[in-house]
Design a protein around this ligand. Structure first.
Ligand code: NAD
Length: 291
């Protein structure tokens, strides 16, 4: 096996690249447009390259973790994209949360060059990526997935979802549920606090109630300590709810809760919280409670 490449070295990709550089037997090369992201991983044992081509050419496995479908298409396709630079026989693993049609289009383009593709969005955040404990929602061909099982195991636990595209669908509905949980929790929590209950007392009780969730117990203690750094940003969360709406439209299925949720996260974005963690939605509700 030659080297592993990671493209997109942000919160998720950067953490996964560092994890891989510690756990894999081979060199890990990383590329990101942002020099600061490259410097962060270079300080932790990843070989940061200044071009996409230098990261991808000759790699056995290439992971991508990028913000959205348009960027993924741009980075994978075309004469200066990953598919053009990758060796035949390489396997490309797409970790981002994007739409399933894009995922299938990438698979079709790669197979024309004899390159394998795995659809593998992830559940878990930067902490889990750093620890190699993500849940990988894996769609694609059994043989291709099996061929890189050892490498995937360094990043997290594989849960098979079906064909290419099924991983993205599973991830989109998973986030639809999780982001709805955060909204309801923020609304209830802000109402309880502004009506006079001590926030720490309220957290202690709600975190053990039937309405609790892993988002609540993971994110709200940080918010209570005044820490709204992402995690998972409002901007990316809004993008995922837009993906849920897009998927629902393709099925002509109404998803009124996801649509309302998207608007609420959009309101938090325009109020200046775009780069903050999704729990920053709590600040908006707290303001509404101050009257
Ligand atoms: P991020 O914004 O921290 O990182 C994205 C990185 O991609 C940035 O460093 C950016 O510079 C880089 N990038 C953008 N365009 C590029 C290009 N053309 N070439 C190379 N690099 C480029 O985002 P993130 O939180 O790491 O999320 C990445 C993906 O994972 C998203 O699709 C997100 O929805 C998904 N995701 C995030 C989380 C989370 O908790 N943060 C959890 C699960 C899934």
């Amino acid at each position: 096996m030659s080297h592993i490449a990671v493209v997109g070295l942000g919160l998720m990709g950067g953490s996964a690249a560092i994890r891989l550089s510690e756990a894999a037997d081979v060199e890990v090369r990383g590329f990101d447009l942002d020099p600061a992201a490259r410097a962060r991983v270079a300080a932790e044992g990843v070989t940061a390259t200044s071009t996409l081509e230098d990261a991808v050419r000759g790699a056995s496995v290439v992971f991508t973790s990028l913000p959205n479908s348009d960027i993924v298409r741009r980075v994978w396709l075309g004469t200066d994209g990953i598919i053009a630079f990758a060796d035949p026989g390489a396997v490309l693993v797409e970790l981002s949360t994007i739409d399933p049609d894009t995922m299938r289009a990438l698979g079709a383009a790669a197979s024309e060059r004899g390159i394998g593709v795995v659809d593998s969005p992830v559940s878990g955040g930067p902490g889990e990526a750093r620890a190699g404990t993500l849940t990988l929602l894996v769609g694609g061909d059994d043989e291709v997935v099996e061929s890189i099982a050892d490498t995937l195991a360094l990043v997290g636990t594989t849960r098979r979802t079906g064909d290419l595209g099924s991983g993205k669908i599973t991830k989109i509905v998973n986030n639809m549920m999780g982001m709805g949980n955060v909204l309801v929790a923020a609304e209830a929590f802000a109402l309880g606090v502004t009506a006079g209950v001590d926030p720490h007392v309220l957290y202690g009780i709600l975190s053990q109630s039937g309405g609790t969730s892993s988002h609540f117990t993971k994110r709200f203690p940080k918010a209570l300590a005044g820490d709204f750094e992402p995690g998972f940003s409002i901007e990316l969360g809004e993008k995922d709810l837009a993906l849920a709406q897009q998927l629902a439209r393709s099925r002509q299925m109404p998803v009124p809760t996801a649509s309302l949720a998207r608007d609420l996260y959009a309101m938090a974005r325009v109020e200046g919280q775009a780069g903050k963690d999704i729990v920053a939605i709590l600040r908006m509700y707290e303001q509404w409670g101050q009257n």
